[in-house]
Design a protein around this ligand. Structure first.
Ligand code: FAD
Length: 399
């Protein structure tokens, strides 16, 4: 059917996921937002996804969505266990269920100026000040588009963080709810960069997640077999599986852009807000949303995360190592957590450390492999890229 109607909005937000909703949330903090006619396009589904991130404190609306938070994190490798207090920081866990319940129900009904339409954007045409967004149901005109959906070809991704998680409940009180395990590298084998991630949600419940950094995901049975073995070794056999999740996050630099081809504003993953070396994006998307909202109401240019700063350069070294020498990951992360405070590492990942702190961090890592990465990075010599099965990747991306 030919899309026919033309409707005018002050802005159109494409994508009812993390970035779309956080942007609307930040815009809504400005009183003038109530007068804006907004169209939000998305599928209206609650996504099977949860977010972890760290911060000092949260505003009440976000705090309401937090299921659990931890003041302590731990790291484990073969002969090393590090368990540390996070100082002023908390490690937060927001399940998709609370996030989407709040936004789809409470937030949208509190903001009648947002017209939510279960509809898929097909195309953006025009230019800033005069966009047309075509969907299956119509054509909508607007001066401003914020887009978090991949509408054209997806970029080629060479390295993924792919993970499978089981939410389990044990018959016994076996988990320590005061401590989340960021990485357990005892599971790294066969030269692979992989670790377990454990979020205890109570003394009996936890999310146990097997995470890989590699070019290609595996069959589900590969993750499931490993997780079952790990649980049987560390928890026992008396448990039930409450839910399972699977996810893939691109660990790639240089392929995502702040703006789309018609100069529409990109958001979230599409805008490169996922930190390529870790897969964390929640805080970046939150900060970006604040900036974009400020820019919208003040007319000033937003200060957006820059892919060319020194932190992006550090990331590029680590990504090169993960891609070309995955077997060294375990040693790198073990030395990092053994020799630096957890709080400093989190500040480093947040890109809030100074250059001396960073020098101190790198001085405690296996230097030769970083020099090698530096050599390849500076000389621009090509990476020894592994062979990927892009067909499998595409199928999984579209799953
Ligand atoms: C499983 C998983 C777990 C993650 N966990 C963490 C974490 O713990 N901490 C962290 O910091 N980061 C995490 N991330 C990374 C990042 O925070 C998330 O990917 C985040 O959801 C990205 O936000 P987004 O809005 O760009 O994408 P999404 O949240 O995926 O939102 C995109 C939205 O666009 C909609 N859409 C798609 N196509 C169209 C279209 N054509 N028209 C209209 N709507 C469309 C989709 O339905 C979706 O709702 C995780 C990522 C994944 C995949």
């Amino acid at each position: 059917m030919e899309p026919q109607q033309k409707k005018l909005f002050d802005m159109i937000v494409i994508g009812d996921g993390l970035a779309g909703f956080l942007l609307l949330y930040e815009l809504s903090r400005y009183p003038a937002f109530a007068n804006q006619r907004v169209l939000l396009l998305g599928d209206g589904k609650e996504k099977q996804r949860s977010w972890c991130f760290w911060d000092n404190d949260l505003e009440p609306e976000l705090q309401k969505m937090v299921n659990t938070s931890w003041k302590e994190l731990s790291f484990k490798s073969d002969d090393v266990t590090v368990r540390q207090d996070l100082g002023k920081l908390n490690y937060y866990y927001i399940p998709g269920k609370s996030f989407f319940e709040y936004f789809n129900e409470e937030f949208l009904s509190e903001h009648p100026n947002i017209h939510f339409q279960k509809d898929i954007a097909l195309n953006i045409s025009g230019s800033a000040g005069n966009f047309k967004v075509t969907t299956g149901n119509g054509v909508y005109e607007t001066p401003k588009v914020y887009n978090s959906a991949f509408l054209g070809e997806r970029p080629q991704i060479d390295l993924w963080q792919h993970f499978r998680g089981w939410f389990i409940e044990s018959d016994e009180a076996v988990f320590d709810p005061g401590n989340a395990r960021l990485m357990d590298f005892t599971v790294a084998r066969n030269g692979e960069c992989r670790f377990m991630y454990i979020l205890p949600l109570s003394e009996k419940q936890a999310l146990i997640e097997l995470t890989y950094f590699s070019p290609q995901p595996y069959e589900m049975s590969v993750y499931d077999k490993e997780i079952a073995g790990y649980i049987s070794e560390h928890v026992g056999e008396n448990y039930k599986i409450l839910e399972k999740e699977y996810g893939q996050i691109p660990m790639q630099q240089g392929v995502f852009r702040h703006s789309g081809k018609n100069d529409e504003t990109n958001l979230g993953t599409l805008a490169g807000m996922v930190k390529a070396s870790t897969g964390y994006a929640f805080q970046r998307i939150r900060n970006d949303s604040k900036e974009l909202a400020r820019a919208y109401f003040t007319g000033k240019k937003p200060k957006r995360f820059n892919e060319k700063d020194r932190f992006a350069f550090y990331d590029s070294l680590l990504l090169w190592i993960i891609r070309n020498h995955p077997q060294t990951c375990k040693r790198i992360f073990t030395q990092l957590f053994q020799r630096r405070k957890m709080e400093t590492i989190l500040r480093f990942l947040d890109q809030k450390t100074n250059i001396w702190e960073e020098a101190n961090i790198f001085a405690r890592l296996p230097i030769r492999i970083f020099l090698k990465a530096l050599y390849y990075r500076l000389t621009g010599k090509s990476f020894a890229r592994p062979q990927y099965d892009y067909h499998v990747l595409r199928e999984l991306q579209n799953a």
